[in-house]
Design a protein. Sequence first.
Length: 434
Amino acid sequence: MIPRYARKEMVDIWEPATKFKIWYEIEAHACDAQAELGVIPKASAEAVWTAKDVEFDVARIDEIEAVTKHDVIAFLTHLAEHIGSTEARFVHQGMTSSDVLDTTLNVQLVRAADILLKDMDRVLAALKKRAYEHKDTVRIGRSHGIHAEPTTMGLTFARFYAEMDRNKNRLEKARWEIATGAISGAVGTFANIDPAVEEHVCEKLGLRPEPISTQVIPRDRHAMFFATLGVIASSIENVAIEIRHMQRTEVLEAEEFFSKGQKGSSAMPHKRNPVLTENLTGLARLVRMCVVPAMENVALWHERDISHSSVERGIGPDATITLDFALNRLAGVIENLVIYPENMLRNMNKFKGLVMSQRVLLALTQAGVSREDSYRLVQRNAMKVWEQGADFKEELLKDAEVTAALSQAEIEEKFDLGYHTKHVDTIFRRVFGE
């Protein structure tokens, strides 16, 4: 990813130097296990660890690879330059390149997941804080973009919290799913390496041994991981879209924080645009772009091919770096979101009580009027509000068919806002467990 949408902690996971360090640890731990089994001399295994503080020369490895056309061999050649060819001959005993590459990729994805889980905690904390802050801030709910019935801003935040909480649970499962390693040799049969080596290496790296690998770790695990990132990205967009709608001039129920000195447009000085949430919508597309290639990587030829390799070199860093940046940007937007309760109330009253139509409909049916006639009576008066700007309650009170079924007090009671917020506490207990 470009630096504009990247944070250092996540970028560092994907740096070549980090990758080579993990490769080295895998090889060194494997040598320890091989020495314990008596396959290689213990002195040789110990010699491998003399390079533990070495900063591997990425440029030198690239130089070797330019000749060998093989990245793992290039690394092993460079390692031999540090520990000596005599001891280096025991490195990589019985292993194949995918043992190193696949195990390393999963280590990187696990580390990335740990950062993303911390990111999600920040988002969840921000959503919860704003939910309680605006638990009773009434705003109009909308369906199809049209006024529906009253809700609260707190419920909007609570809804997003519940969605993100599900996503955190999904990511925890995805982390578990991807946390496997394979040191099983060519085609995964352990013909030239004992399964105990795999168990030792995985334990040292915080992984579980892959129950059955071919020459690669099965890619359905990776497909599930990247699909989870795609779902999280979609939820980010879900929040971003709501904020973008709220910031529209005609709505203006909330807006992104506009800092001193910030400019909204090169041409129109009055502009205050929802640039952060628009950016989040775009970043979500980039993360989701990685999902289909991950799905297509599942189907490989026989025990392996490398059609997945070039894909993962791109989507591994791109998806995790982008999502890390997006989650932190989202958290900041929520933490600093400027909310306008007065505008929410003004918008809700724009059509003079029209949003209470269902309460009147239900009251008429309770009073003995058929549902068909009740709907006709309510809609007849509602259309006067839409088309003539009339007051809904006043129109109902003037309608003889309505007043024949409902008294003035009964009609006026149907315009009580508190009716729509009476179960907010119940919903909050369901969401937050408090």
